[in-house]
Design a protein around this ligand. Sequence first.
Ligand code: Z5A
Length: 212
Amino acid sequence: RGGKEDSRGALVVLEGLDRCGKTTQSARLVTNLERLGYSAELWRFPDRTTSVGKIISSYLSNESQLDDHTIHLLFSANRWEKRSLMESKLKSGTTLVVDRYSYSGVAFSSAKGLDIEWCKAPEIGLLAPDLVVYLDIPPEKAAERGGYGGERYEQLEFQKKVGHNYQVLCSPTWKIIDACSSMEDVEEQLQEMVLDCVKTCREGKPLSCLWS
Ligand code: Z5A
């Protein structure tokens, strides 16, 4: 399945606090979609492989300092540099499972005190996801999971502000999964939501743009 010119893939975005399980679940989802015969790829933002992504990676690991506005625009540029490839993949029938997208950009930068509308502005015109799944976890629970604390932003108080901002951004179309459930339960719920969405996209739902 997939690859037909007349049936496009779905743009599926996973969002949530640090350590909520996005990486685990996006990988499982792509494997499951492929097993079911769909063409699917795992993407993540920031994409640290590009030249912009390398600047972001150095900032996140505290090897460099940047003005808050500057790093915000670099995160956005990192999405813009992948926009046309994203569109052509979707149009050729591949479903993209994206670990973080524009909502992370806005939720994290506005947690530093930047104006939320200013944060949204550079995202206007990027492709709008067909489905946003929010993996919901209390910041305290996320902090108990392995590997927390290595990078910039991985601090409990900051994550609480980010969680609040996600609530502000959350639209009624977002799907929410309790990320404290077992990995298998999350996987099952996610797959069901995504298969519905993939079907709708294959039936002709048009691509649209942020910010809507
Ligand atoms: N950022 C930004 O500021 N602006 C932007 O525009 C974008 C991002 C796109 C880097 O992101 C930082 O960039 C991020 C936001 C900011 N900062 N923070 N915080 P990243 O995606 O590279 O890193 P991350 O979000 O911190 O991802 P992560 O640490 O890899 O977490 P995760 O992907 O959500 O979780 P995981 O790796 O799948 O799981 C974490 C652990 O929990 C692991 O040990 C798992 O085995 C365990 N786990 C997972 N699921 C479960 C369940 N269900 N039960 C129990 N344990 C579980």
